[in-house]
Design a binder for this molecule. Structure first.
Ligand code: PEP
Ligand code: MN
Length: 363
Protein backbone atom coordinates (compact mmCIF):
# COMPACT_ATOMS: atom_id res chain seq x y z
CA UNK A 1 0.00 0.00 0.00
CA UNK A 2 1.44 3.41 -0.96
CA UNK A 3 2.02 6.09 1.72
CA UNK A 4 -0.85 8.31 0.65
CA UNK A 5 -3.20 5.31 0.31
CA UNK A 6 -2.31 4.34 3.88
CA UNK A 7 -2.94 7.89 5.10
CA UNK A 8 -6.31 7.91 3.33
CA UNK A 9 -7.25 4.55 4.82
CA UNK A 10 -6.33 5.79 8.31
CA UNK A 11 -8.52 8.87 7.86
CA UNK A 12 -11.44 6.65 6.87
CA UNK A 13 -10.75 4.35 9.84
CA UNK A 14 -10.81 7.37 12.18
CA UNK A 15 -14.20 8.41 10.81
CA UNK A 16 -15.56 4.86 11.08
CA UNK A 17 -14.29 4.66 14.66
CA UNK A 18 -16.22 7.80 15.59
CA UNK A 19 -19.44 6.10 14.52
CA UNK A 20 -18.41 2.71 15.83
CA UNK A 21 -17.63 3.91 19.37
CA UNK A 22 -21.10 5.43 19.70
CA UNK A 23 -22.78 2.32 18.31
CA UNK A 24 -20.71 -0.04 20.47
CA UNK A 25 -21.44 1.89 23.66
CA UNK A 26 -25.17 2.05 22.88
CA UNK A 27 -25.22 -1.68 22.19
CA UNK A 28 -23.22 -2.49 25.33
CA UNK A 29 -25.52 -0.41 27.54
CA UNK A 30 -28.68 -1.93 26.10
CA UNK A 31 -27.47 -5.51 26.30
CA UNK A 32 -26.25 -4.97 29.89
CA UNK A 33 -29.77 -3.72 30.70
CA UNK A 34 -31.30 -6.87 29.18
CA UNK A 35 -28.90 -9.10 31.14
CA UNK A 36 -29.61 -7.10 34.35
CA UNK A 37 -33.32 -7.72 33.85
CA UNK A 38 -32.70 -11.44 33.38
CA UNK A 39 -30.48 -11.64 36.48
CA UNK A 40 -33.08 -9.65 38.42
CA UNK A 41 -35.72 -12.24 37.44
CA UNK A 42 -33.40 -14.99 38.73
CA UNK A 43 -32.62 -16.22 35.21
CA UNK A 44 -29.26 -17.43 33.80
CA UNK A 45 -26.76 -14.69 32.88
CA UNK A 46 -26.50 -15.81 29.23
CA UNK A 47 -29.12 -16.76 26.67
CA UNK A 48 -27.34 -19.26 24.39
CA UNK A 49 -30.13 -19.44 21.78
CA UNK A 50 -30.25 -15.66 21.40
CA UNK A 51 -26.44 -15.40 21.21
CA UNK A 52 -26.32 -18.04 18.46
CA UNK A 53 -29.04 -16.22 16.52
CA UNK A 54 -27.19 -12.86 16.76
CA UNK A 55 -23.86 -14.41 15.76
CA UNK A 56 -25.31 -16.39 12.83
CA UNK A 57 -26.95 -13.25 11.47
CA UNK A 58 -23.56 -11.50 11.56
CA UNK A 59 -21.76 -14.46 9.95
CA UNK A 60 -24.15 -14.42 7.00
CA UNK A 61 -22.61 -11.10 5.93
CA UNK A 62 -19.28 -12.62 4.80
CA UNK A 63 -17.82 -15.88 3.41
CA UNK A 64 -14.21 -15.03 4.26
CA UNK A 65 -12.99 -17.39 7.02
CA UNK A 66 -10.78 -14.67 8.54
CA UNK A 67 -13.61 -12.15 8.66
CA UNK A 68 -15.96 -14.76 10.13
CA UNK A 69 -13.37 -15.47 12.81
CA UNK A 70 -13.08 -11.76 13.55
CA UNK A 71 -16.86 -11.40 13.87
CA UNK A 72 -17.08 -14.44 16.16
CA UNK A 73 -14.29 -13.05 18.37
CA UNK A 74 -15.89 -9.58 18.58
CA UNK A 75 -19.32 -10.97 19.44
CA UNK A 76 -17.76 -13.33 22.00
CA UNK A 77 -16.28 -10.34 23.82
CA UNK A 78 -19.55 -8.37 23.58
CA UNK A 79 -21.57 -11.25 25.09
CA UNK A 80 -19.09 -11.69 27.93
CA UNK A 81 -18.83 -7.99 28.71
CA UNK A 82 -22.62 -7.61 28.88
CA UNK A 83 -22.70 -10.07 31.78
CA UNK A 84 -19.73 -8.45 33.56
CA UNK A 85 -21.28 -4.99 33.14
CA UNK A 86 -24.70 -6.16 34.39
CA UNK A 87 -23.11 -7.77 37.48
CA UNK A 88 -21.15 -4.60 38.23
CA UNK A 89 -24.39 -2.60 38.01
CA UNK A 90 -26.06 -4.96 40.46
CA UNK A 91 -23.16 -4.57 42.89
CA UNK A 92 -23.39 -0.78 42.60
CA UNK A 93 -27.13 -0.84 43.23
CA UNK A 94 -26.66 -3.02 46.32
CA UNK A 95 -24.05 -0.75 47.86
CA UNK A 96 -25.63 1.99 50.02
CA UNK A 97 -22.86 4.51 49.36
CA UNK A 98 -23.62 4.56 45.65
CA UNK A 99 -27.39 4.78 45.99
CA UNK A 100 -29.01 7.81 44.34
CA UNK A 101 -27.87 9.61 41.25
CA UNK A 102 -24.35 9.02 40.00
CA UNK A 103 -22.04 11.64 41.51
CA UNK A 104 -20.31 14.12 39.24
CA UNK A 105 -17.33 15.78 40.89
CA UNK A 106 -16.28 19.19 39.60
CA UNK A 107 -13.49 20.62 41.77
CA UNK A 108 -15.02 21.14 45.21
CA UNK A 109 -18.57 20.56 43.92
CA UNK A 110 -20.15 17.12 44.20
CA UNK A 111 -23.37 16.89 42.19
CA UNK A 112 -25.50 13.93 43.26
CA UNK A 113 -24.33 10.94 45.29
CA UNK A 114 -25.23 12.62 48.59
CA UNK A 115 -23.16 15.73 47.90
CA UNK A 116 -25.93 18.11 49.04
CA UNK A 117 -27.23 21.07 47.07
CA UNK A 118 -24.47 22.81 45.08
CA UNK A 119 -24.62 26.47 44.10
CA UNK A 120 -23.35 27.55 40.69
CA UNK A 121 -23.41 31.36 40.58
CA UNK A 122 -21.92 34.26 38.70
CA UNK A 123 -22.78 36.79 36.04
CA UNK A 124 -24.71 36.04 32.87
CA UNK A 125 -21.79 37.28 30.79
CA UNK A 126 -18.24 38.35 31.57
CA UNK A 127 -18.17 42.10 30.89
CA UNK A 128 -14.85 43.14 32.44
CA UNK A 129 -12.49 42.11 35.21
CA UNK A 130 -14.04 44.31 37.92
CA UNK A 131 -17.61 43.20 37.20
CA UNK A 132 -16.52 39.55 37.22
CA UNK A 133 -14.60 39.96 40.48
CA UNK A 134 -17.63 41.49 42.23
CA UNK A 135 -19.89 38.72 40.99
CA UNK A 136 -17.38 35.98 41.89
CA UNK A 137 -16.98 37.39 45.42
CA UNK A 138 -20.79 37.48 45.80
CA UNK A 139 -21.10 33.91 44.51
CA UNK A 140 -18.47 32.61 46.92
CA UNK A 141 -19.93 34.56 49.87
CA UNK A 142 -23.29 32.87 49.19
CA UNK A 143 -21.64 29.44 49.27
CA UNK A 144 -21.11 28.79 45.56
CA UNK A 145 -18.74 25.95 44.73
CA UNK A 146 -18.82 26.68 40.99
CA UNK A 147 -18.43 30.05 39.24
CA UNK A 148 -20.48 30.58 36.09
CA UNK A 149 -20.05 33.27 33.44
CA UNK A 150 -20.50 33.41 29.70
CA UNK A 151 -17.58 34.14 27.37
CA UNK A 152 -19.58 33.60 24.17
CA UNK A 153 -23.24 34.58 24.57
CA UNK A 154 -25.98 32.97 22.48
CA UNK A 155 -28.14 36.11 22.17
CA UNK A 156 -31.51 36.17 20.46
CA UNK A 157 -30.56 39.32 18.55
CA UNK A 158 -27.28 39.44 16.60
CA UNK A 159 -27.02 43.10 17.61
CA UNK A 160 -27.04 42.34 21.35
CA UNK A 161 -23.76 41.96 23.31
CA UNK A 162 -22.19 38.69 22.11
CA UNK A 163 -19.67 38.28 24.95
CA UNK A 164 -15.93 38.92 25.15
CA UNK A 165 -15.18 35.51 23.62
CA UNK A 166 -11.73 33.99 24.12
CA UNK A 167 -10.59 37.07 26.11
CA UNK A 168 -13.01 36.16 28.91
CA UNK A 169 -11.48 32.73 29.53
CA UNK A 170 -8.36 33.75 31.52
CA UNK A 171 -10.44 36.27 33.48
CA UNK A 172 -12.88 33.52 34.44
CA UNK A 173 -10.09 31.12 35.44
CA UNK A 174 -8.40 33.74 37.63
CA UNK A 175 -11.66 34.72 39.34
CA UNK A 176 -12.58 31.09 40.04
CA UNK A 177 -9.12 30.32 41.44
CA UNK A 178 -9.03 33.49 43.53
CA UNK A 179 -12.21 32.38 45.31
CA UNK A 180 -11.58 28.63 45.42
CA UNK A 181 -14.38 27.72 43.03
CA UNK A 182 -14.59 25.44 40.02
CA UNK A 183 -15.50 27.07 36.70
CA UNK A 184 -18.28 26.34 34.21
CA UNK A 185 -18.72 28.25 30.97
CA UNK A 186 -20.75 27.74 27.82
CA UNK A 187 -19.34 26.39 24.56
CA UNK A 188 -21.18 27.67 21.49
CA UNK A 189 -18.95 26.43 18.71
CA UNK A 190 -17.73 22.79 18.53
CA UNK A 191 -14.31 24.06 17.44
CA UNK A 192 -13.95 25.93 20.77
CA UNK A 193 -14.49 22.86 22.97
CA UNK A 194 -10.81 21.79 23.31
CA UNK A 195 -9.71 25.35 24.17
CA UNK A 196 -12.51 25.88 26.72
CA UNK A 197 -11.67 22.48 28.25
CA UNK A 198 -8.10 23.68 28.88
CA UNK A 199 -9.43 26.53 31.02
CA UNK A 200 -12.78 25.49 32.52
CA UNK A 201 -13.59 22.59 34.85
CA UNK A 202 -16.98 21.97 33.27
CA UNK A 203 -18.39 22.72 29.81
CA UNK A 204 -21.92 24.08 29.47
CA UNK A 205 -24.25 23.36 26.56
CA UNK A 206 -26.94 26.03 26.49
CA UNK A 207 -30.64 25.76 25.84
CA UNK A 208 -30.32 26.99 22.24
CA UNK A 209 -27.70 24.35 21.44
CA UNK A 210 -29.14 21.26 23.15
CA UNK A 211 -30.19 19.88 19.80
CA UNK A 212 -26.84 20.29 18.00
CA UNK A 213 -25.16 16.85 17.62
CA UNK A 214 -21.78 18.27 16.50
CA UNK A 215 -21.57 20.38 19.67
CA UNK A 216 -22.77 17.56 21.94
CA UNK A 217 -20.11 15.25 20.48
CA UNK A 218 -17.40 17.92 20.74
CA UNK A 219 -18.04 18.64 24.44
CA UNK A 220 -18.39 14.90 25.09
CA UNK A 221 -14.91 14.34 23.67
CA UNK A 222 -13.29 17.24 25.52
CA UNK A 223 -12.46 15.31 28.70
CA UNK A 224 -14.40 17.55 31.14
CA UNK A 225 -17.75 17.10 32.90
CA UNK A 226 -20.65 18.61 30.96
CA UNK A 227 -23.56 20.74 32.18
CA UNK A 228 -26.37 20.10 29.71
CA UNK A 229 -29.24 22.62 29.77
CA UNK A 230 -32.69 21.65 28.59
CA UNK A 231 -33.70 23.09 25.24
CA UNK A 232 -36.47 25.63 25.77
CA UNK A 233 -38.81 23.55 23.61
CA UNK A 234 -37.30 20.14 24.30
CA UNK A 235 -39.23 17.21 25.73
CA UNK A 236 -37.72 15.09 28.49
CA UNK A 237 -37.13 12.35 25.92
CA UNK A 238 -35.20 14.78 23.67
CA UNK A 239 -33.09 15.90 26.61
CA UNK A 240 -32.25 12.29 27.41
CA UNK A 241 -31.21 11.77 23.77
CA UNK A 242 -28.99 14.86 23.94
CA UNK A 243 -27.31 13.44 27.07
CA UNK A 244 -26.81 10.16 25.17
CA UNK A 245 -24.87 12.01 22.46
CA UNK A 246 -22.52 13.37 25.13
CA UNK A 247 -22.15 9.99 26.82
CA UNK A 248 -21.63 8.17 23.52
CA UNK A 249 -18.78 10.57 22.77
CA UNK A 250 -17.06 9.33 25.90
CA UNK A 251 -18.24 11.61 28.72
CA UNK A 252 -20.15 9.93 31.57
CA UNK A 253 -19.84 13.00 33.83
CA UNK A 254 -23.03 14.78 32.78
CA UNK A 255 -25.15 17.08 34.96
CA UNK A 256 -28.58 17.99 33.59
CA UNK A 257 -29.99 21.50 34.07
CA UNK A 258 -33.62 22.59 33.99
CA UNK A 259 -33.98 26.21 32.92
CA UNK A 260 -37.62 26.58 31.94
CA UNK A 261 -39.51 25.75 28.77
CA UNK A 262 -41.84 27.69 26.46
CA UNK A 263 -45.50 27.34 27.38
CA UNK A 264 -48.57 29.56 27.09
CA UNK A 265 -47.98 30.87 30.62
CA UNK A 266 -46.90 34.52 30.59
CA UNK A 267 -46.20 34.63 34.33
CA UNK A 268 -42.47 34.27 33.78
CA UNK A 269 -39.97 34.31 30.91
CA UNK A 270 -40.11 30.49 30.71
CA UNK A 271 -42.10 27.90 32.68
CA UNK A 272 -40.03 25.92 35.17
CA UNK A 273 -41.00 22.26 34.71
CA UNK A 274 -39.88 20.87 38.08
CA UNK A 275 -41.55 17.50 37.48
CA UNK A 276 -38.83 16.79 34.93
CA UNK A 277 -36.23 16.64 37.74
CA UNK A 278 -37.27 13.35 39.39
CA UNK A 279 -38.17 11.88 35.99
CA UNK A 280 -34.72 12.65 34.53
CA UNK A 281 -32.95 11.43 37.66
CA UNK A 282 -34.80 8.16 37.55
CA UNK A 283 -34.41 7.63 33.80
CA UNK A 284 -30.75 8.62 33.50
CA UNK A 285 -29.23 8.28 36.97
CA UNK A 286 -27.66 11.69 36.36
CA UNK A 287 -27.75 14.62 38.81
CA UNK A 288 -30.20 17.41 37.97
CA UNK A 289 -29.71 21.09 38.81
CA UNK A 290 -32.16 23.93 38.34
CA UNK A 291 -31.57 27.41 36.90
CA UNK A 292 -34.35 29.64 38.26
CA UNK A 293 -32.77 32.81 36.78
CA UNK A 294 -33.43 32.04 33.11
CA UNK A 295 -36.81 30.48 33.94
CA UNK A 296 -37.95 33.56 35.88
CA UNK A 297 -36.54 36.30 33.69
CA UNK A 298 -37.42 38.65 36.58
CA UNK A 299 -35.47 39.22 39.78
CA UNK A 300 -38.51 38.91 42.08
CA UNK A 301 -39.39 35.42 40.81
CA UNK A 302 -35.91 33.92 41.18
CA UNK A 303 -36.23 33.26 44.93
CA UNK A 304 -39.61 31.46 44.91
CA UNK A 305 -38.52 29.27 42.01
CA UNK A 306 -35.16 28.50 43.67
CA UNK A 307 -36.90 27.50 46.92
CA UNK A 308 -39.36 25.29 45.05
CA UNK A 309 -36.44 23.66 43.19
CA UNK A 310 -34.61 23.00 46.46
CA UNK A 311 -37.74 21.45 47.96
CA UNK A 312 -38.16 19.25 44.89
CA UNK A 313 -34.76 17.64 45.53
CA UNK A 314 -32.56 19.48 43.03
CA UNK A 315 -28.87 18.55 43.23
CA UNK A 316 -27.94 22.17 42.66
CA UNK A 317 -29.01 25.66 41.63
CA UNK A 318 -27.56 27.92 38.97
CA UNK A 319 -28.20 31.60 39.73
CA UNK A 320 -27.10 34.81 38.01
CA UNK A 321 -25.71 37.62 40.16
CA UNK A 322 -24.54 41.15 39.28
CA UNK A 323 -23.40 44.02 41.51
CA UNK A 324 -25.07 46.56 39.21
CA UNK A 325 -27.85 44.80 37.32
CA UNK A 326 -29.11 48.02 35.75
CA UNK A 327 -25.80 48.31 33.90
CA UNK A 328 -25.53 44.61 32.95
CA UNK A 329 -24.90 43.92 29.27
CA UNK A 330 -27.14 40.84 29.34
CA UNK A 331 -29.95 39.48 31.51
CA UNK A 332 -29.81 42.41 34.01
CA UNK A 333 -33.54 42.15 34.89
CA UNK A 334 -33.10 38.61 36.28
CA UNK A 335 -29.75 39.11 38.07
CA UNK A 336 -29.83 39.06 41.87
CA UNK A 337 -27.83 41.61 43.86
CA UNK A 338 -25.08 40.07 46.03
CA UNK A 339 -27.13 40.55 49.22
CA UNK A 340 -30.22 39.04 47.64
CA UNK A 341 -28.25 35.96 46.63
CA UNK A 342 -26.87 35.52 50.16
CA UNK A 343 -30.34 35.94 51.71
CA UNK A 344 -31.88 33.48 49.26
CA UNK A 345 -29.19 30.88 49.94
CA UNK A 346 -29.78 30.95 53.70
CA UNK A 347 -33.44 30.11 53.00
CA UNK A 348 -32.39 27.40 50.54
CA UNK A 349 -30.09 25.88 53.20
CA UNK A 350 -32.95 25.95 55.73
CA UNK A 351 -35.14 24.00 53.30
CA UNK A 352 -32.33 21.57 52.60
CA UNK A 353 -31.77 20.98 56.33
CA UNK A 354 -35.47 20.55 57.02
CA UNK A 355 -35.86 18.05 54.20
CA UNK A 356 -32.77 15.98 54.89
CA UNK A 357 -34.32 13.64 57.49
CA UNK A 358 -37.50 13.39 55.44
CA UNK A 359 -35.62 12.57 52.22
CA UNK A 360 -33.44 9.92 53.83
CA UNK A 361 -36.52 8.32 55.38
CA UNK A 362 -35.45 8.88 59.02
CA UNK A 363 -38.36 11.08 60.07
C1 PEP B 1 -26.72 30.76 30.37
O1 PEP B 1 -26.83 29.98 31.34
O2 PEP B 1 -25.77 31.53 30.24
C2 PEP B 1 -27.74 30.74 29.30
C3 PEP B 1 -27.57 31.40 28.16
O3 PEP B 1 -28.83 30.04 29.62
P1 PEP B 1 -29.81 29.22 28.64
O4 PEP B 1 -28.93 28.48 27.68
O5 PEP B 1 -30.55 28.33 29.59
O6 PEP B 1 -30.70 30.24 27.98
MN1 MN C 1 -28.17 34.78 31.23
Amino acid sequence: MCDSCRAGARLTIDRLDEDLIGILLRRARLSAQVVSGRLGDGGPPRDDAREAQVLNRALRSTRSPQERETLAAVYGVLFERAVADARARQDDAASPCTRGPRAVQVGPARFGGGGGLQLIAGPCAVEDEAQLEQAAAAARAAGATVLRGGAWKPRTSPRAFQGLGERALPLLRRAADAHGMALVTEVLDPAHAPRVAEVADMLQVGSRCMHVPALLRAVGRAGRPVLLKRGMAATVEEMISAAEYVRDAGCEQVVLCLRGIRTFSDASRFTLDLAAGPVLRERTGLPVVVDPSHAAGRRDLVAPLALAAAASGADGLMIEVHAEPARALSDGPQALLPDELAALMSKVRAIEAALKPVMSGLD
